[in-house]
Design a protein around this ligand. Sequence first.
Ligand SMILES: [Zn+2]
Length: 112
Amino acid sequence: MTKKVRVLRSRLAPRGYVMNMFGVLLTRNKEMITPALINHELIHTAQMRELAYIPFYLIYIFEWLWRLITTRNFYRAYRTISFEREAYAHGHDRRYLRRRKRWAQWRRESTD
Ligand SMILES: [Zn+2]
């Protein structure tokens, strides 16, 4: 079962990426929206809700900048952000959100 998610076409989203703004997905190309991607974004929405939204974005940006300094690689910095590690580890599993634990992005067992 795929939950219904609002998807809007927007130039705010970087080419080839989807931006999740408070649970609404922004993309330049709606064709790239797949069930696995929606599930990935629903994991981010759960992370956001848990952090009351704004802190999610602040932590996300600071962690990305920190990882950019330590990895010196845009893509690797992005993929190793704790929020992304959890979303990529479980994006294929549509039942994951039902058993997801609080603060899962910072639990080792949820991000490996
Ligand atoms: Zn993501």
